[in-house]
Design a protein. Structure first.
Length: 306
């Protein structure tokens, strides 16, 4: 078992503070250096639009300034941690208004991005095709399942959507899956079920285990690529391991320690095929996001040197 050295931690810190976005810099300071929630929320607020949704490259792989359900789901991953803060409350209420406006009745959920995404630099998987959908939209739960979780948590702000019905429909959709094609859809379900723990029945846990077993990559050579590695499914030592052997989780942690020791930061394992100049900017932003995420995971699993 390997722990990240203080020297490597400082290299990662330096990378984030030199190359990361103000949001990741504020998050690092909040997590590791007694920074304030106000600084995080002020940085996050720069991505929120007048309609309450989030855009402006918050999800760094598409540079759409307009609001999208996908970028708004990313914002909520941060907002939920500061939900009692007055600034967050105001941002959340506005974001819920946007989600109600963007809800598609026929879909009983949302499409990830509007078609205007095509007018701005983006990774190819975010291209909206002639049918009005990206290929990501083939998997309903990403981001709809996760967004329904936020509606449940912040139901006091919801005015028109039937939240309990949507939760039930989302869980039923999970239970009816026979094939698991998208790890991102399962990540969204894990977030939903963390917000609605009453729905974590034995049947649901068994279905999640089947999904994780079908999707997870357990060998190191795969972790060099864009693949769902064990830590993508296991957020804390106490969490359900979904049948993933503990020694594979430990090896995954060792892997990230080694990478940070070697490189001083984490880098994306994917690339754009167009808009290469913008990709260079996005890649640097992603490196800050991924480096911060790696440090938080290593701390959660007690892998930072004392």
């Amino acid at each position: 078992m390997k722990n990240l050295s203080n020297e490597a931690f400082q290299q990662a810190r330096s990378y984030i503070m030199s190359n990361g976005r103000p949001l990741e810099q504020a998050l690092f300071t909040y997590e590791f250096a007694d920074g304030s929630a106000e600084e995080v929320l002020q940085a996050l607020k720069q991505f929120q639009n007048e309609d309450g949704g989030f855009g402006n490259g918050l999800e760094a792989d598409f540079r759409l300034p307009h609001s999208s359900p996908m970028a708004t789901s990313v914002a909520f991953q941060h907002l939920i941690r500061f939900a009692d803060h007055p600034m967050a409350m105001e941002m959340i209420e506005k974001a819920i208004r946007y989600l109600e406006y963007a809800f598609i009745e026929q879909r009983q959920g949302w499409l990830a991005v509007p078609e205007q995404v095509n007018d701005y630099p983006h990774a190819f998987w975010w291209t909206v095709r002639e049918n009005g959908m990206t290929w990501i939209d083939a998997n309903w739960g990403n981001p709809s399942a996760e967004l329904i979780g936020y509606l449940h948590i912040f139901e006091e702000y919801v005015q028109v959507l039937p939240v309990p019905k949507l939760v039930d429909q989302a869980v039923q959709h999970l239970l009816e899956m026979e094939n698991f094609e998208s790890e991102h859809e399962i990540y969204c379900y894990l977030r939903l079920l963390a917000m609605v723990p009453s729905q974590r029945t034995e049947k649901v846990e068994n279905q999640l285990t089947s999904a994780v077993q079908s999707l997870v990559k357990l060998d190191r050579e795969n972790w060099q690529k864009y693949t769902p590695f064990p830590l993508k499914f296991i957020a804390t030592p106490e969490a359900n391991h979904f049948g993933i052997p503990s020694f594979k989780v430990e090896d995954n942690l060792d892997f990230f320690v080694e990478k940070l020791e070697e490189n001083g930061h984490s880098a994306p394992t994917w690339e754009w095929t167009e808009y290469i100049d913008t990709w260079e900017v996005a890649k640097k932003e992603w490196s800050g996001i991924l480096t911060l995420g790696a440090l938080i995971s290593l701390r959660t699993f007690d892998r930072l040197q004392a």
